[in-house]
Ligand binder design. Structure first.
Ligand SMILES: C[S@@+](CC[C@H](N)C(=O)[O-])C[C@H]1O[C@@H](n2cnc3c(N)ncnc32)[C@H](O)[C@@H]1O
Length: 293
């Protein structure tokens, strides 16, 4: 490949990344108020062409947050009208359901929509198979450091933490190794905390935190290292995405939970000082297509 071609490819990559970033920012409706429709308005609602209607089905005593804001309406069916939207553009809200006494107490789902659409979101127990129930349990600093060392992270890496919590993994990767990082979390509270940590630690130039579903990260193929501290069900779902999108040589490091059906390069146990239990780190490397061992 000629030097000019390489320069062109770098330029195109840069444009693609910029487009992806602006997509993420534009389409996150966090903080924009929703209009709540009253019970008597619920039947026969027609969706205005420049807004979307969310019809949420859930247990009647469940609390619901949309886009990081607590909603006040109650009942088993709740309707919300979005602010005005640009036609043809895809937006999303994260819905967070808090079931006061229930089994599966907190669940979160990113819901996508466009202007003019009515979207039914079924969060009822037994019907909801799409929401995430994985809550924030931080990885200790000692284990984070080990994960990054095991993956041999350097300043040339781009680390994606899928389900980044308070952002500690990507922040440490940037501070200690100079790596760039993207943290994705579905919980608006975590995204806020992670952004605060990024600012406090002064790594804004290297680290980006995004709100969204980690199973739907449009530019995951940029990652040279992916870190996970997620439950087996998530790892099962993310596996084909990583197999399809990551480049050969990319490393995947998972805390405590294996990626089903992958063979780790190494499995390391960390006995934390003063911790109550051992932690396990699984390291995987993406092989060239068609090659596995
Ligand atoms: C166990 S914590 C791990 C946090 C961080 N990676 C660490 O190791 O300290 C899991 C995080 O994943 C987030 N999460 C759960 N499901 C998610 C999803 N589908 N997409 C993005 N984040 C998700 C939760 O909000 C939580 O912050």
């Amino acid at each position: 490949m000629r030097r000019g071609d390489r320069r062109l490819i770098r330029l195109l990559n840069g444009i693609a990344i910029a487009l992806t970033l602006s997509w993420t920012i534009d389409c996150n409706l966090i903080g924009l108020p929703l209009a709540v429709l009253q019970a008597q308005e619920k039947s026969g609602v027609s969706v205005p062409p420049n807004k979307a209607l969310l019809r949420v089905l859930l247990p009647k005593d469940a609390q619901l947050e949309i886009g990081g804001e607590k909603t006040q309406s109650t009942g088993e069916e709740r309707l919300f009208l979005t602010p005005e939207l640009e036609p043809g553009k895809t937006y999303f809200y994260v819905l967070k359901l808090i079931n006061p006494n229930g089994f599966r107490q907190v669940r979160m789902r990113a819901v996508e929509f466009q202007a003019g659409q009515e979207v039914v979101v079924d969060l009822r127990p037994g019907k909801d198979t799409a929401s995430s129930e994985i809550i924030f349990v931080p990885t200790s600093e000692e284990v984070v450091l080990k994960m990054l060392e095991v993956a041999k992270v350097t300043k040339d890496d781009i680390v994606y933490d899928l389900g980044c919590g308070d952002g500690r993994i990507v922040v440490l990767a940037a501070k200690k190794f100079g790596a760039r990082g993207v943290g994705v979390d579905i919980d608006p509270d975590r995204v806020k905390e992670a952004n605060e940590k990024v600012r406090k630690e002064g790594v804004e130039k290297l680290v980006e935190i995004r709100l969204g579903d980690a199973l739907n990260v449009p530019d995951i193929s940029r990652a040279t290292v992916v870190t996970l501290y997620m439950l087996p069900e998530f790892n099962r779902k993310v596996r084909p995405i990583l197999e399809r999108e990551l480049k050969p040589g990319a490393r995947v490091v998972s805390h405590d939970f294996e990626v089903p059906d992958w063979k780790p390069d190494s499995v390391i146990t960390v006995s934390e000082q003063g911790g109550f239990r051992d932690h396990v780190i699984y390291l995987y490397t993406i092989r060239p297509r068609g090659k596995s061992d």
